[in-house]
Design a protein around this ligand. Structure first.
Ligand code: APR
Ligand code: PHB
Length: 409
């Protein structure tokens, strides 16, 4: 059966063949492309946006140990090792008092702070260096015959229709992409939405602490992270219906300073705001993450709220699972590993969902009910005082191991 419609007048003028058609040049698509290159598997990456756009999107930037290991093995982590900020844990600020949770002391591991845009740039440069240039500005991407074993992808580039025949389509095209929409009739979506969003800024200002900090203020969360000694990345919990224009720069700084006020640290420094973003908070899992020859990876399959910054790490772990399965498929000709993709990927995804939901529930204001605040306060004080709690939190914050290595052999 041919799923998707193509008018005959739009018949492709260019046809090519590859083994894996990857849709989307975000962290999921680009790491998968590297992993396949590392196994000698042919792939084409099709990205809707321009290269400049993809390289300059400001997103989260907390990288787990397993993610760093994979990027290192793929040979794209030289700059990361030079420039990433290596953190032992994070700070919690509660009632004007700052507490440091030192996960490194408990586990010997670290978290790395390195912006997603930098990782994406390193991955694109790495692909270019091995002659696997992604196709940018690929418009009207459509997926065909994915329920069989001979799928194809069509797209427009500079007014010309192209067709790529493949063995497998890896949809790494995010929450609003064509992969998730195409599979929607055949999958189940489990989700929670939250009554708030994060207003994020990138600013030329000295970060308030040397490691990231969550300020659990009774009026709402503020998050204080960084990208360098003079570059801060900060977020404010705001109502879900907030628009970016609802706040002036001055109002953002006032609110960040109010929520982060402390008796044991100097006040927050302000500076020029060079990027602003607004992200609604949701938890979503689409399952199964596959049908026939079509596989969903990263944000196309699941979304975590940004609290704890698991999104990029999950995208990379999905790429590991699919890369391993594709390695097995091309080495043995058998589809078992491909068929097991969802089952192998989901347990780690649900661990991350559970962690992100817990962190979100504890750190945000959900209601004006003082009982709600006291419960959150009690739980947060427990985090600051119990090493057992910190060990458990750190284990997932620094990252659970990936389900498999990206290489089959
Ligand atoms: N055709 C081609 N490309 C598309 C299409 C389409 N129809 N729709 C979306 N894309 C591209 C987007 O432009 C983007 O570059 O797919 C890419 C998806 O990348 P991400 O949204 O970064 O998703 P993913 O690679 O799964 O990485 C997840 O990114 O969203 C953040 O915080 C999230 O850290 C997480 C990570
Ligand atoms: C970030 O640095 O962008 C960041 C830090 C911590 C989070 C989310 C994002 O929980």
């Amino acid at each position: 059966m041919r799923r998707g419609t193509v008018r005959t007048s739009d018949a492709p003028q260019h046809s090519t063949r590859t083994q894996v058609a990857i849709i989307g040049a975000g962290p999921a698509g680009l790491t998968l492309a590297h992993m396949l290159a590392g196994q000698g598997i042919d792939a084409v990456v099709l990205e809707r946006q321009t290269e400049d756009h993809v390289r300059s999107r400001v997103r989260a930037g907390v990288i787990e140990n397993s993610t760093v290991d994979v990027l290192t093995e793929l040979g794209v982590a030289d700059r990361l090792h030079r420039e990433a900020l290596v953190h032992n844990g994070f700070y919690i600020r509660l009632e004007r008092t700052t507490h440091h949770l030192d996960f490194h002391r408990l586990s010997g591991r670290n978290a790395y702070v390195y912006g997603q845009a930098e990782i994406v740039a390193d991955l694109i440069d790495g692909l270019r260096a091995v002659g696997r240039e992604p196709v940018f500005r690929a418009e009207e991407v459509s997926l065909h015959d994915f329920d069989g074993t001979a799928p194809s992808v069509e797209y427009m580039l500079d007014g010309v229709r192209h067709r790529v025949d493949a063995d497998v389509i890896a949809a790494c095209d995010g929450f609003h992409g064509v992969g998730r929409a195409t599979l929607a009739p055949y999958t189940e979506t489990l989700e929670r939405t939250y009554p708030f969003a994060w207003l994020g800024i990138l600013a030329r200002s000295t970060p308030v602490t040397e490691e990231g900090m969550y300020c659990a203020h009774p009026d709402g969360l503020s998050v204080h992270s960084m990208r360098g000694p003079q570059l801060s990345r900060q977020y404010l919990q705001v109502p879900a219906d907030t628009r970016l224009t609802d706040f002036t720069d001055e109002q953002i700084w006032t609110e960040l300073a109010r929520r982060s006020a402390a008796d044991d640290h100097p006040p927050l420094q302000t500076g020029e705001i060079i990027d602003r973003s607004l992200a609604p908070l949701r938890s979503v899992v689409t399952q199964p993450m596959q049908l026939g020859s079509l596989f969903l990876l990263g944000d196309a399959a699941h979304i975590v709220p940004p609290t704890g910054a698991k999104g990029l790490n999950l995208a990379v772990s999905d790429a590991c699972v699919l890369s391993h399965a594709l390695g097995a498929f091309y080495a043995t000709g058998k589809r078992e590993e491909l068929d097991a993709y969802t089952a192998r990927a989901l347990p780690r995804i649900w661990q991350a969902q559970s962690f992100s939901w817990n962190l979100t529930s504890l750190l945000h204001k959900f209601s004006d009910d003082p009982f709600d605040w006291e419960l959150r306060r009690a739980r947060l004080l427990r985090w600051t005082s119990s090493l057992d709690e910190q060990r458990a939190l750190g284990e997932i914050y620094l990252g659970l191991p990936f389900p498999t290595s990206w290489r089959f052999t």
